[in-house]
Design a protein around this ligand. Structure first.
Ligand code: PXP
Length: 247
């Protein structure tokens, strides 16, 4: 069964829109609390919680991550840039896994995959440090052969294939080609011994096809589930996506 990792960054985005400068809980009035959301999502069947602690701290804050580390019962997946500061933070936090992502201050959300080939000298020490600490490393990469092969060579046990280009092409003639690219990438990764995850831009419509990508272990989904939860609540939003994963 494909696992569901829920990315809760956008719950924090809503909180930060109002309480960017609040350092305490303001008597409980600071809302919405991403940790509470994570606990409710776990009760509804989420298999793991993902957060991206960005350098500019635009949504998730360090204290959110520490609270999640203490409270959640499933797995904590920390998305992070491959920087010395984030490596030091992850080694202290000890999440169940880290997902290395590219980070650019101007971007609205993570844009392309991590260029493992171009950044090999930065990625290798990070993978080594996480492996030594018993933290699973996932590399968020575009589903292209050189990136996949090098990810395996660097010793990262997992990759997360970037589904953003497919999601963007969903209503265009490019969809079939992008889907094939993901399927081929997943098979190459599996042959290279990698665990295959995928994420970015997955929603309640494209999930029907995304779930048929071969060898999937886990999907990381954020924006569409958090958006759906505004109308139906997080419990229903998670349950509905889990049902579509199994369908
Ligand atoms: N996976 C990674 C590595 C991401 O950076 C993101 C976006 O933060 C997601 C998954 C989730 O993407 P979305 O919010 O589009 O579902």
């Amino acid at each position: 069964m494909i696992l569901l990792g829920l990315n809760i960054d956008h719950c924090a985005t809503v909180r930060q829109a109002r309480y960017r400068d609040a350092s305490a809980t303001c008597g409980g009035s600071v809302e919405p609390d991403p940790v509470t959301l994570a606990l409710l999502a776990e009760q509804a069947g989420a298999d793991g919680i993902t957060v991206h602690l960005r350098e500019d701290r635009r949504h998730i804050q360090e204290r959110d991550v520490w609270r999640l580390r203490e409270c959640i019962a499933t797995r904590l997946n920390l998305e992070m840039a491959c920087t010395p500061a984030m490596i030091a933070f992850a080694l202290k936090l000890k999440p169940d896994s880290v997902c290395l992502v590219p980070e650019n201050r101007q971007e609205v959300t993570t844009e392309g995959g991590l260029d493992v080939v171009g950044l090999r000298d930065r990625v290798q020490p990070c993978v080594d440090a996480m492996n030594a600490a018993g933290i699973v490393t996932s590399l968020f990469i575009d589903p292209d052969e050189p990136q996949i092969e090098l990810s395996a060579k660097l010793g990262a046990p997992w990759v997360e294939l970037h589904t953003g280009a497919y999601a963007e092409a969903y209503h265009t003639p490019r969809r079939a080609a992008e889907f094939k690219r993901l399927c081929v990438g997943a098979s190459l990764g599996k042959e290279a011994g990698l665990t295959i995850n995928a994420g970015h831009g997955i929603n309640y419509v494209n999930i029907a096809e995304v779930r048929t990508i071969p060898h999937l272990h886990e999907l990381n989904i954020g924006h569409s589930i958090i958006s759906r939860a505004l109308f139906s609540g997080i419990n229903e939003a998670v349950r509905e996506m889990k049902a579509k994963l199994r369908a």
